[in-house]
Design a protein around this ligand. Structure first.
Ligand SMILES: *Cc1c(COP(=O)(O)O)cnc(C)c1O
Length: 365
């Protein structure tokens, strides 16, 4: 298939799901994080497939992402990690479950649910245990219990927190302090609440590094898509998304000739170069240009030369046997997104989620 496309391998997704499930203690449930278009893949395809495998919950960042899943027919509960009061109407209308992360958002949702005559609408309370991004503080529990005593409109379905450095074992002490803080808060609230909420704090790396923090459910994103945060984790997982393109044209250039905008590349000798139809508007950052990044052609690395353009980039293919129309891999199977993104001091998460929506998604079943 000679066009730029993102191949999404559902067998790899199943492998990762099964592997991660095997790391869970008995009875621990799994929430699949499918925010940002399923980490750049295809959220509704991924969600449908995981729903078929029996995943317990989905999480998205914004309510619009939850709406897209409902539009695609997803019936599983969906946690919206980062809603705004402006979204509350949509949240209730589409049966999405908000994370309430501050007194302001709690009060606003409670009032909204009451006005909409809701009874025991499921909400999730988020606690800040050190990431300092979103969440109630440990000492907000009295205030929360007081508010809950006076409302029938909402019901706390879960309590959760997020770790700052679960992949970094040099921060073990800090992570353990986060787990202790969350355990303390959760104990206070669970003791006082009639219906016991479920608890969750782990992302992918914590599943493996901190099994004691699995609680009732884990929220896993990157692992499902085939990447961990260490080479050991990576080795057990399979990349779901592979970004492929093709060689549009090959040029032979002479010593001293330049390539691309601003003449940024100057050929030191006779060279064979190839033009690929993918550019910075597709998520291949300009930072990869000027021989920082590479593409993979028939298993060989071809450095990106000159400046990455909006819709194309040029690579040096001297010494690589290939022809116009041949496939090129940007990242995925055969070119780990971890290695590719490390060239610009980035992480797999960023390159995966940067793939533009104009690139066709091809589902491999
Ligand atoms: C994105 C996100 C996750 C998933 O993290 P991974 O490292 O991709 O497993 C879990 N919890 C929250 C709150 C998130 O924002």
């Amino acid at each position: 298939m000679g066009v730029t496309r993102l191949e999404i391998d559902l067998k790899a997704l199943k492998h990762n799901y099964t592997y991660l499930k095997s790391k869970l203690k008995k009875g621990v449930k799994m929430m699949a994080v499918v925010k940002a278009f399923g980490y750049g893949s295809d959220a509704s395809e991924v969600a449908h497939y995981l729903e078929g495998l029996g995943v317990d919950y989905f999480a998205v960042a914004y309510s619009s992402e939850g709406v897209a899943l409902r539009d695609a027919g997803i019936k599983t509960p969906i946690l919206v990690l980062h809603p705004q009061p402006d979204n509350f109407h949509t949240i209730i209308e589409r049966c999405l479950e908000p994370s309430l992360y501050s007194p302001r958002v709690f009060k606003a949702f409670n009032a909204f649910a009451k006005a909409a005559s809701q009874k025991k609408y499921p909400v999730h309370l988020k606690f800040n245990t050190g990431l300092n991004r979103l969440g109630f503080w440990e000492n907000d529990t009295d205030w929360i219990l007081d508010q809950l005593k006076n409302t029938q409109a909402i019901k706390v379905r879960s309590l959760f927190s997020h770790l700052a450095a679960s992949e970094d074992l040099s921060e073990k002490e800090f992570t353990i302090s986060q787990i202790e803080s969350f355990t303390k808060t959760a104990t206070v609230l669970c003791d006082a609440l009639e219906d016991t909420p479920f608890l969750h704090q782990s992302n992918t790396s914590a599943i493996i590094n901190y099994p004691e923090a699995q609680f009732d459910l884990v929220r896993t994103g990157i692992g499902l898509y085939g990447y961990g945060n260490t080479s050991e984790e990576d080795a057990m997982l399979k990349p779901v998304a592979t970004l492929k393109s093709v060689i549009s044209q090959i040029h032979m250039i002479e010593p001293g000739e330049s390539v691309g905008y601003n003449r940024a590349y100057r050929a030191p000798h006779y060279e064979k170069i190839a033009t690929i139809p993918i550019g910075h508007s597709d998520g291949i950052s300009r930072a990869y240009g000027n021989e920082v990044g590479y593409v993979t052609i028939h298993g060989k690395k071809a450095p990106i030369i000159g400046n990455v353009c909006m819709d194309m980039l040029m690579v040096c293919i001297s010494g690589i046997e290939c022809k116009e129309g041949d496939d090129v891999i940007l990242f995925g199977k055969g070119a780990s997104a971890v290695d590719v993104s490390s060239k610009i001091n980035s992480i797999s998460y960023e390159i995966l989620t940067a793939v533009s929506q104009r690139i066709k998604r091809v589902i491999l079943r």
